[in-house]
Design a protein around this ligand. Structure first.
Ligand code: ZN
Length: 691
């Protein structure tokens, strides 16, 4: 017992070997969620962090010569209680949060980052890893172990473990300054978005559908202008407004404000912030021995070099511009037919594109929903996994996970043994953040006593009234397939080492299993069997399916140009050894060199390119969205080439080299093993209608 000096309350010290957050005693190896208390998170985190730090100390100060067992294995298996409490905590923080959990979140995030940076800066620990790495050729390691050793070593090096004390100090200062600047960048964009609004009256709303009008009315009310309508710079108002408003003058006002976010002078202008960040990133790369920041960031990806990224983006750019130019001619003609002789401008594109879409592909999404009941779509996703990979699913009733809506499934392999547990949390509720995601409570690996994967998907579908069926839109059904693809990556994993389990792969590879899986949603055998009317059981009419599929390539010239321009700009900024003094001037020069059409704006201009400057997430990495799309289109083509969407030999290779391989080998090698060659962007361009 100890007495908390602040509160005077006494509490039991935490016994990590018995506490329900760290020792899970529920069915199927799950935690006993009913016995957990939010008040326990912080003390258990503190105890688990201390226990992990002690394990790390023991490894680092081991008097024995470093071996794989006493160093790498020990490091990988350390921190088990911390992994368990973290898994539950982050699950709740996303899917079922409350004020107490949010308070812990604010406290634990900086503690975690201090904890892990102390580990990566531990010189005695690095010395042991470095000794193993230097002698790796004499250790006769299997491929996966060698890769884990290399990844671990590189992780330390990239954190600055090899720098002299002055270098370490400089690196820490750069990282701290970059973190601060990233926060400032994001807050400046937010401030510009928050402070700008353009108020309209009833008479200004021509062309706007009811859903846009009602969000604009709400936005005006929020700004104290009840009874009026606000154009704001949130994408959810800006995009539909410029798509539907018949008022060209207002579209122009909105477009100009939207594209100038972060570049309005004064305290919220990001020009100087970007210049400083680019200079610090270039300095960091140089300090760590890389030719550019892009070279540093791409080092452990599938693409590996800026050259490989350009080999993908450059041909796509040419085709997308050609397609956009053809679309522009078609829109200009449509405008002329309706009596408008204005030359199409950037604020007109979405508007005329929508008119063209309505003319060519008009159909009501709502007609499809009755054919996509949630339970049938779940069945369809399971059915595809059974056909491709031979696994089956059985719902286990009577288990309450973190919320009564969560459904639990046992997953069985060929031989009938359980291979994984899958949980699906499908409905929106106020305690859940928006979006859809996959994560794990346990990852799968063989090291030590081994661990079976426990994987979950979280969605935000509208919960139907009691007794009614939950019906999905096409997008929602596709999202379910997407996240289930990630889930399979976690569930089918067949690796030894925890750090390369499941989705622990590079950023430009991780979306392959998920985006690829989406393709099977629209395979005829699956739609015919599962997309059935929730009342009549009738299959979805063929005419509806055809319209849904035909509409997919529409507008891709515009979408590809606006995306690729941003991806190319990201590379231009980061693939050079130094930093441009004036990033806005550099942006203009780069766009001129690329012959950017003046009728399309970049999806994200530099002063508000949050993916790249609001933190480090997608810097020199914005291309990876398209890279993944290249991979999924090319990989699905492997099935199309056989004439069988479930071709057993192709599926077996897909399982062995992609879904079950995790990060156990270089992603390029994995892809080659599956496909027999590197991917080409042709299939992706075909899918986007750019071929
Ligand atoms: Zn994804």
């Amino acid at each position: 017992m100890w007495r908390d000096p602040a509160t005077g309350f006494s509490r039991m010290t935490i016994d990590l070997a018995r506490h329900p957050l760290t020792r899970w005693t529920g069915p199927l190896g799950l935690a006993d969620f009913g016995s957990l208390s939010d008040a326990d998170f912080m003390p258990v985190f503190d105890a688990a962090l201390a226990a992990h730090a002690a394990e790390i100390d023991a490894i680092a100060s081991d008097p024995e010569t470093p071996t794989i067992r006493n160093t790498l294995v020990a490091l990988e298996l350390s921190g088990e209680p911390l992994a368990r409490v973290s898994a539950i905590f982050w699950c709740l923080a996303g899917a079922h949060t409350n004020g107490a959990i949010q308070a812990v979140e604010r406290e634990i995030s900086p503690k975690m980052s201090r904890h892990y940076s102390a580990i990566s800066m531990n010189p005695a620990l690095f010395a042991r890893i470095d000794a193993l790495y230097s002698g790796r050729d004499r250790l006769a390691l299997d491929g996966e172990t060698l890769r884990v050793l290399e990844k671990t070593w590189k992780g330390f090096v990239r954190s600055g473990a090899r720098l002299d004390p002055a270098g370490k100090e400089r690196l820490a200062a750069i990282s701290a300054e970059l973190a601060g600047l990233g926060t400032t960048f994001g807050q400046n964009v937010l401030a510009d978005e928050r402070d700008w609004a353009h108020f309209l009256d009833e008479a200004d709303l021509a062309g706007l559908p009811a859903f846009v009008v009602s969000s604009m009315a709400e936005a005006a009310t929020l700004r104290g202008k009840e009874g009026r309508y606000a154009i704001t710079l949130s994408r959810s108002i800006y995009e539909p407004f410029t798509t539907f408003s018949e008022r060209r003058d207002l579209r122009e006002i909105a477009w100009r404000a939207f594209t100038m976010r972060g570049q309005n002078g004064g305290a919220t202008d990001n020009t100087g912030v970007v210049a400083k960040m680019l200079a610090l990133r270039a300095e960091k790369a140089k300090l760590l021995g890389y030719a550019s920041y892009a070279a540093l960031k791409l080092d452990d990806t599938m693409a590996k070099t800026p050259g490989a990224v350009h080999a993908l983006l450059d041909p796509v750019w040419e085709r997308a511009r050609a397609r956009a130019a053809a679309d522009q001619d078609e829109m200009q003609a449509l405008a002329a037919e309706t009596g408008s002789n204005d030359r199409l401008a950037a604020w007109d594109w979405r508007f005329w594109q929508e008119r063209l879409r309505a003319q060519k592909f008009a159909f009501d999404e709502a007609e499809l929903k009755p054919y996509l009941p949630l339970d049938r779509v779940i069945e369809a996703a399971f059915d595809v996994a059974t056909r491709l990979f031979g696994i089956t699913f059985a719902e286990k009733h009577g288990i309450t996970a973190w919320h009564p809506d969560v459904r639990t499934f046992e997953v069985f392999g060929h031989d009938g043994d359980r291979v994984a547990t899958f949980l699906g949390d499908y409905f929106a509720r106020p305690s859940k953040r928006s979006g859809a995601w996959m994560s794990s409570l346990r990852s799968g690996y063989r090291l030590g006593e081994g661990s079976q994967p426990v994987i979950y998907n979280v969605m935000n579908f509208a919960k139907p009234a009691e007794g009614e069926a939950a019906l999905l839109s096409v997008d929602e059904a596709r999202t379910l397939f997407h996240e289930f693809g990630h889930a399979l990556h976690g569930m089918l994993t067949d690796v030894t080492w925890p750090s390369v389990s499941g989705t622990a792969v590079s950023r430009d590879f991780v979306e392959l299993p998920s985006q690829l899986y989406e393709h099977w949603f629209t395979v005829p055998a699956i739609l015919e069997k599962h997309a059935r009317h929730h009342e009549t059981g009738q299959p979805m009419p063929k005419a509806l399916i055809d319209k849904m599929l035909a509409a997919r390539t529409f507008g891709q010239g515009f979408a590809t140009v606006e995306f690729t321009a941003s991806a190319l700009m990201d590379m231009a900024f980061h693939a050079r050894p130094d930093a441009p003094a004036d990033p806005i001037a550099f942006e203009a020069e780069t766009l001129a060199k690329l012959s950017m059409p003046d009728t399309i704006a970049m999806r994200h201009r530099t002063p508000h390119f949050g993916h790249v400057f609001s933190g480090d997430g997608y810097s020199a990495g914005y291309y990876s969205y398209m890279w993944s799309e290249v991979l999924d289109a090319d990989a699905f083509q492997a099935f199309e080439e056989t004439g069988d969407f479930f071709d057993p030999a192709t599926a077996a290779r897909l399982k062995e080299h992609i879904y079950s391989a995790g990060g156990s080998a270089d992603p390029e090698a994995l892809y080659r093993a599956f496909r027999g060659r590197m991917p080409s962007p042709e299939a992706m361009m075909e899918k986007r209608g750019l071929a």
